[in-house]
Design a binder for this molecule. Sequence first.
Ligand SMILES: Nc1ncnc2c1ncn2[C@@H]1O[C@H](COP(=O)(O)OP(=O)(O)OP(=O)(O)O)[C@@H](O)[C@H]1O
Ligand SMILES: [Mg+2]
Length: 246
Amino acid sequence: MENMIQVIDIEKYYGYGGNLTKAIDRVSFNVRQGEFVSIMGKSGSGKTSLLNIIATIDVATAGHVIFEEKDITKFSDDEKADFRKNNIGFIFQDYNLIDTLTVKENICIPLIMNRIDRKIINKKADSVLQQLDIYDIKDKYPYQISGGQQQRCACARALINDSKYLFADEPTGALDAQSSVNLMEVFKIINDKFKTTILMVSHDAISASFSDRVLFLENGKIVYELLRGTKDNEQMLKEILIIQKV
Ligand SMILES: Nc1ncnc2c1ncn2[C@@H]1O[C@H](COP(=O)(O)OP(=O)(O)OP(=O)(O)O)[C@@H](O)[C@H]1O
Ligand SMILES: [Mg+2]
């Protein structure tokens, strides 16, 4: 498998002068086509900062992110927006749902932006709503539904586009154990069936045990990398829990 994403020497600083925070400290790694990679680490270790930079939502202080041989760190804002619209589904840590739109309308945003035919939008939306078990609440507004339902709504919006890349920041953070496993099974299906490349931030070991590879971040650096190899989820989970204790 070829490398679809190359992350090269990324650094991220917030603030300036005496108020400088180093969030990412020279991080490099590759993601292959169709790979499902998780990023784990304690609160404040730099997970969201790193994911947002790779997903073109934020800019790095230094370093490069190469997608399919294109250096997106050199893209203009318009080029980045275009690239995102055509290639990337994103699930934010705080969902980012629009309060004045219903669940179904929120989910349809990516397709509307891509000017897809109304009938097709409707069909796709109903199918994703059912897949994530939120069909019954499709006409409600985000403030009328639970945190877990909001999270599944954000997932549905990221999945509706059949994007080549899926970036997810704590997608199971507000879900109970069973709903988390259900959602990770949906991730596995889109990863296997559509060969979607997935990069997921999670501090939930069970969720991360579904991935092909886990990167462990500490103070903005990758300190360990766990490969699945021939391990099943149970074995992955055991090893993740051991590494977390070290
Ligand atoms: N906008 C910002 N301005 C200043 N500092 C920031 C900003 N965003 C993040 N930081 C700092 O950068 C570091 C990394 O933050 P980041 O949000 O990437 O961590 P995280 O691993 O995603 O944490 P969590 O698990 O709590 O979501 C932290 O020290 C944080 O305080
Ligand atoms: Mg975060």
